[in-house]
Design a protein around this ligand. Structure first.
Ligand code: NAI
Length: 315
């Protein structure tokens, strides 16, 4: 089994470490701060317990999985002997560039170096490194141990073999990796997601519907189809001719601003940061915030359970 190092033990890093350790890999989790690392191990234990309580995995395996994860605050020690290094530090270009050039200097050329950046160019992240052929994007989604998708993104100088080896590894640990052909900001899924969010915010800003109504239109409408019918299949389903007729009429009416909405900027300036402050586009009580997190976890775990059961049936 390949040895994995994960740099950054925050929200994403600890979940990514959990995935690889859960599939039998030895993992070293690296962070600047030992308290963060201790917290990460507690978080993994909590995730695995909650999953076991919901019929995904067994409580008996929790200690075995945690025993596969070592932690350190010393990067060189953490990546020693690693076949695959996954970076999940904060989303700052310069920090990532410096980190990758350091990793490039200390890791042998056979080690694949992957970034979990949400939207940044892999080519830019690799710009200060010599071994750009082994640097690749692997964009996981939160929570990474419950959402299967990982976008595998080549930079301009990434070797195709790096992409293939990364895809194979992610596939083996039970993810649903997809290969993105070109390195563009936002890759595929965040472009789609934020095209939807831009329109959603614009609808609220222009007084067409309030925030709760926008969400109802998704949750009780076309959102129900999305897990089984993506937009491209849907366009073929209704017909390219109907899609053209609709676009010919509607596209000029929907939002195309190349900058964040004034309403969004106004909320941030006022300190209305959403769940964090109890008010964003809507007001949120502590109970509502807790319920939202719980609903999402329960929903995702139900899907994972169903998928696992149907995969077992097919096998
Ligand atoms: P986070 O803030 O929870 O964790 C980042 C961690 O990196 C912190 O614990 C920090 O101490 C550590 N760190 C910073 N510099 C370091 C260094 N030089 N060496 C070692 N550790 C270092 O951030 P989060 O949310 O986990 O995001 C990490 C990356 O994943 C970002 O690039 C983000 O854009 C991306 N991402 C985040 C998603 C999310 O929903 N939060 C989803 C998908 C990707």
């Amino acid at each position: 089994m390949e040895k994995i190092a994960v740099i950054g033990a925050g929200l994403m890093g600890h979940g990514i470490a959990q995935i690889f350790a859960g599939s039998g890999h030895a993992v070293t989790l690296v962070d600047l701060d030992q308290t963060v690392l201790d917290h990460a191990l507690d978080g993994i234990r909590q995730n695995l317990s909650l999953m076991a309580d919901n019929g995904i995995g067994s409580r008996d395996d929790i200690d075995v999985i945690l025993d596969r994860i070592a932690t350190t605050t010393r990067m060189a020690e953490g990546v020693a002997g690693a076949d695959f290094v996954m970076e999940a530090v904060v989303e700052k270009l310069e920090l990532k560039q410096t980190l990758f050039s350091k990793l490039d200097a200390v890791c042998p050329s056979s080690t694949i170096l992957a970034s979990n950046t949400s939207v940044m160019s892999i080519t830019e992240i690799a710009a200060k490194s010599k071994g750009q052929d082994r640097i690749v994007g692997t964009h996981f989604w939160n929570p990474p141990y419950l959402i299967p998708l990982v976008e595998v993104v080549p930079g301009d100088n990434t070797d195709l073999e790096t992409v293939e080896t990364t895809w194979q590894l992610l596939n083996r640990v039970g993810k649903h990796p997809v290969k993105v052909k070109r390195d563009v900001p936002g890759f595929v899924a965040n472009r789609l997601q934020h095209a939807l969010w831009r329109e959603a915010i614009s609808i609220v800003e222009n007084g067409i519907a309030d925030a709760a109504t926008v969400d109802e239109c998704v949750k009780f409408g076309f959102g129900l189809r999305l897990p089984v019918l993506g937009p491209m299949e849907n366009a073929d389903l209704v017909g390219t001719d109907l899609t053209l007729a609709i676009h010919d009429y509607i596209l000029r009416h929907i939002e195309s601003a190349p900058a964040p909405s004034p309403l969004l900027k106004q909320l941030v300036a006022a300190g209305d940061l959403g769940f964090k402050s109890g008010r964003g586009f809507q007001a949120w009580s502590e109970d509502q915030v807790a319920a939202s997190h719980r609903n999402l976890q329960t929903h995702l775990m139900t899907i994972v359970k169903q998928t696992t059961a149907s995969e077992k049936e097919q096998a």
